[in-house]
Design a protein around this ligand. Sequence first.
Ligand code: HEC
Length: 214
Amino acid sequence: MTKQTLRRLAATALCLGAMGSSLAQLSAGHSGANPGDTLQLHLNLAAARGDNLYLAAQLGGNFYFFDEAGGLSPYVPGAPTPRRRAGGSAGQQSVLEIAVPEGIDAAVTFHAAYGPGGGDILTTPGAVDMATLQSTVVDLTPIPGGPSYAANCQSCHDYDPTANFNNIQAGRDAAKIQAAIAADKGGMGQLAFLSAREIAAISYWIQNPRFDCH
Ligand code: HEC
């Protein structure tokens, strides 16, 4: 990835804020996600496209492209860029649905663009259709569930959720935690301040409790 290419992409993303949104819009289901959460990306196309959709995740200065099977490979300058799919019909459509892996500790910018196939989509002059290049940012910095469990749940559910004290194992399903708080089960109404994302993190930790480093 050359500095020029990065600058070109950054500049393109900037001008799209002003002009591109009516042609296509890339959006994420959530502004943030934890390991294990499902990350969904949607693209809203103003008109049907016959060329190729490219979908990239940008982590720092590096680009990774999603292929047709959902696999992710690093950008290789000069090599044909794998496409996400061919074409697309007008309207809102899902372009990605993956479980967030562990170990990503950063905000990731996703880019979608339409262009021709067979070349390096980032450096072929005019290859990327500038008017349809779109980006959205998803914060994949995990909220650590362990400390949050210790602070908010442990007093009534024991430090180790596998003991299933007061039926904590039901919390493997985040919706059941939400419901227990809403119904004030066992006095849990006091936890109404917890955000959906924090509850998801606690639920994930109940499924994968670790006591070494949370
Ligand atoms: C003040 C004590 C208290 C705190 C704090 C508390 N709980 Fe509970 N919770 C209970 C009790 C008591 C029950 C059992 C209620 C019952 O069986 O009716 C319960 C039940 C549950 C259940 C089972 C709900 C069901 O459908 O059966 C889940 C899941 C749960 N709690 C998750 C949590 C999580 C996660 C936290 C922390 C974010 C938490 N609780 C904090 C007291 C507490």
